[in-house]
Design a binder for this molecule. Structure first.
Ligand code: BGC
Length: 781
């Protein structure tokens, strides 16, 4: 049928059915027969939701607005619409949790592929891998019957200490936006809703449940919101989770500015806003200021007084019975229109995720036994883990090790023998066969090579703590001479051809719920690394973690250094393939690596800036986050944003700006202005991949701007000797700043320099561009 005709007929159907439902308001409204528009999968989620809404009683509407279990909402039984099921999180489908409470459900079929951490995905600078990542999450979520996946998260890395850095996409809003959009689109293509979290300004875990963040408009719009905006306007994400903290005096869960003004008005978000678990604090204010679905509250674990003992423990949640009671008062502060809007937003997401479809369409799309941890998913996890390893040093081409000549290897460090995936609070995954670095190396080398393992240090396991508890302070290193563990490691390294130390962070001190206590390596590692480097110069230091860590004073003595960010199910195999040259590293740092914490922007102006004082925090550095700060203040980082080595070499040449024909009636930041062409040649001995990065510098501006900002990148795979020309688009948004006076984005007429290169500090190619006219655009444009 002609599409327009089809749409017209569909619209007519919807209004007829809605009218029928509205007329029948004796008792419960009519659910509609088999032809009811809400049941018709050919209609849009909005059409279906609008048909269903008037058929719901007020109680049914309210039942959509809060959880009835830890990760579920109540079914609409009159309509045979089942419960919605959600799951964490950003790196895979979490194990099943008991319906009420937080204990594991104890099942044997709730495993999943543990993908590498999100910060590792960002390090790949590869949007194709972001898509591949999202497809794994989407397929496994369907197989586990999840309708909403609680991820990805993309709060900006403001400080290396944030406990959740591994769950986010690094320090740059453009990089985070590209990763988020591709990840979300892929997940949602499977009929599973993504959830963009945590909106907004959850940039630390310290006091996350009470801190009030004050940030200026420019930093908010230019640094902290772009990835959320792109998720809404480009990826059409179906759900957004509010952060626990306050912004400008209001809880994020009841922030009129964030939810009503920015998200729903400026960005025209059509999906639902959900709270973080237990993050709602009021009824009327939350409802009026934009909350649509309250999750994880436990306002009254006991059933309401007078309620039947079987009533749900969530009955007294803020958007449950208290909301209904408020609506029944004479002057209810919450209007019925708002209730309809909240319900409609929930219904749209339910339609989009198959919940309104006739059974068995809402049953798992793929047989869980074949979809979960399928060979393709495992291969994708490995490919991404390989592409996430950042080679930071490689003196005299120590790496890759030649498997034909290495006869003995010392593998050192507790992290080499640790599985990380099943820890990490809400980012934890129950995965089968997570390959540790030690296992990966053994798998790769087989039995002819002697692999000697030495633990090197003991992991300091934090005392048991609640989900939101603080970590005990780390015990100071007390060693007065080499500890026995270090002695064993030194002896293993001395007697081996090559040594690999796997150190760095581990879950427990690098996860949700608390920030790292300091920038140091965990206890015992400094001594170990220095002692091993002193006896075997053919040592590679591999650091695990979600963020930079102090490398002083030993980094100058390390010949090879590799960053490995919680590699997931296949992490150890991926690492071994990088170490032995089966895979050529091509990742780049998604965050600047400070020499010392006090160089880092959040840590330069005292406790008000980090971690806050008296419950208040002010982001003093404003827009100068990450490399923007290091560049503006001319501080030498240990390694710059966008930096990473390869086993081959690349040459970039012939930067050319090809202006796009622009013929528009309305200027918006999305208007394509030009393509930047760069020729890349693989001039070294191996096949490999390079990331061409394009930065824009405003030569003269009415408002202060960072020296340069990433506005485009492309990953190019080239065989040895091959060359190719890449095209990187720049839109008008690449030239804008946010003007707080005008409350608008401004692309100011004048000169811009466009730089291209292979890191934020290696930009050898440049060209000038003159923007002829100033364009002022609203955030809603
Ligand atoms: C976390 C969220 C998570 C939720 C459900 C919260 O503590 O902040 O990211 O999705 O728990 O587990």
């Amino acid at each position: 049928m002609h599409v327009i005709l089809q749409a017209l007929m569909a619209a007519a159907l919807v209004s007829l059915a809605s009218a029928a439902a509205a007329q029948n308001n004796q008792g419960a409204p009519d659910v509609g027969d088999a032809t009811a528009a809400w049941r018709n999968p050919k209609l849009t989620p909005d059409q279906r939701a609008r048909d269903l809404l008037p058929r719901l009683t007020l109680e049914e509407k309210i039942s959509l607005l809060h959880g009835d279990g830890t990760f579920s909402t109540a079914p609409l039984t009159r309509f045979s619409i089942p419960s919605r099921w959600m799951s964490d999180g950003p790196n895979g489908v979490r194990e099943e949790i008991q319906t009420q409470g937080w204990n594991p459900a104890g099942r044997s079929d709730d495993f999943a592929t543990a993908m590498p951490s999100n910060v590792g995905l960002a390090a790949s600078f590869d949007i194709e891998l972001a898509k591949a990542y999202g497809h794994v999450i989407g397929e496994e979520a369907r197989a586990r019957n999840k309708h909403i996946m609680l991820g990805p998260g993309f709060n900006i890395m403001r400080t290396p200490l944030n406990g959740r850095n591994s769950e986010y996409f690094g320090e740059d809003p453009f990089l985070a936006s590209r990763m988020a959009v591709n990840y979300i689109q892929a997940v949602q293509s499977h009929g599973v809703a993504s959830c963009a979290k945590h909106f907004a300004l959850n940039n630390q875990e310290t006091q996350r449940n009470s801190i009030n963040v004050e940030v200026d408009d420019r930093a908010l719009r230019e640094i902290y919101l772009p990835a959320f905006k792109a998720s809404v306007t480009e990826a059409k994400v179906w759900t957004i989770m509010t952060a626990y903290n306050k912004v400008r005096g209001d809880w994020c869960s009841e922030s009129d500015l964030l939810l009503n003004q920015i998200l729903k008005k400026d960005w025209a978000f059509q999906g639902l806003v959900m709270s973080d678990w237990g993050g709602v604090h009021s009824t009327a204010k939350a409802a009026n200021n934009g909350m649509d679905l309250e999750m994880g509250s436990n306002v009254n674990a006991q059933p309401a007084r007078g309620a039947s003992p079987n009533s749900n423990p969530h009955d007294r949640d803020y958007l449950a019975a208290p909301l209904l009671e408020l609506l029944r008062t004479a002057n209810s502060p919450v209007s019925m229109d708002r209730i309809d809007d909240m319900a409609l937003r929930n219904l749209r997401v339910m339609a989009a995720t198959g919940l309104l479809d006739p059974a068995p369409a809402s049953a798992p799309a793929r047989d869980p036994r074949t979809a979960l941890m399928s060979p393709e998913h495992i291969a994708t996890a490995r490919r991404i883990a390989e592409a996430s390893c950042v080679l930071l040093k490689n003196n005299n081409n120590l790496l890759p090790f030649d498997p034909a000549t290495v006869k003995s290897i010392a593998v050192i460090g507790d992290n080499a023998n640790t599985r990380f995936a099943h820890d990490g609070n809400s980012a934890a995954i129950k995965t089968r066969n997570e390959v540790t670095p030690l296992e990966g190396i053994k798998n790769r080398l087989g039995t002819d090579v002697s692999v000697v393992y030495a633990q090197g240090y003991t992991r300091q396991n934090p005392a048991a703590r609640g989900r939101r508890g603080a970590l005990p302070a780390s015990a100071p290193a007390t060693a007065t001479g080499p500890s026995p563990l270090v002695e064993q490691a030194v002896s293993a390294a001395r007697n081996a051809d090559v040594a690999v130390i796997v150190a760095g962070l581990y879950r427990g001190q690098d996860q949700e719920g608390a920030d790292r206590p300091n920038y140091n390596l965990p206890p015992g590692q400094l001594e170990l690394i220095q002692a091993v480097l002193a006896v075997n110069p053919r040592t590679v230091v591999v650091l695990n973690g979600g963020a930079p860590i102090s490398l002083e004073p030993w980094v100058a003595n390390a010949n090879a250094l590799l960053m490995y960010w919680y590699g997931g199910t296949e992490g150890g195999n991926a690492l071994a393939r990088v170490l032995f040259g089966d895979a050529n590293p091509s990742a780049k740092l998604p965050a600047s690596w400070p020499k010392r914490l006090t160089d880092s922007p959040a840590h330069t102006s005292g406790p008000t800036s980090f971690p806050g004082q008296g419950g208040q925090q002010r982001y003093e550095e404003s827009i100068l986050v990450g490399y923007r700060w290091f560049d503006a203040k001319e501080i030498e980082p240990q390694f710059p944003f966008g930096f990473g080595l390869s086993y081959t070499t690349f040459e970039l040449s012939n930067l050319r700006l090809v202006e796009a024909p622009v013929n528009v009636s309305k200027w918006t930041p999305a208007i394509m202005m030009m393509q930047i062409e760069v020729t890349v040649a693989n001039t070294g001995p191996r096949d490999g991949a390079e990331v061409v990065q394009v930065y824009v510098q405003d030569v003269q501006s009415s408002l202060p701007r960072p020296p340069r900002e990433l506005k485009g990148f492309a990953k190019v795979h080239l065989a040895r000797g091959q060359r190719s020309t890449v095209r990187i688009p720049l839109n008008l948004g690449a030239f804008t700043y946010y003007d707080p006076e005008k409350k608008a984005w401004v692309a100011e007429a004048g000169e811009f320099t466009i730089l291209a290169g292979t890191s934020s500090r290696d930009l050898r190619l440049k060209t000038e561009y003159k923007l002829a006219e100033t364009r002022v655009m609203k955030d809603s444009d």
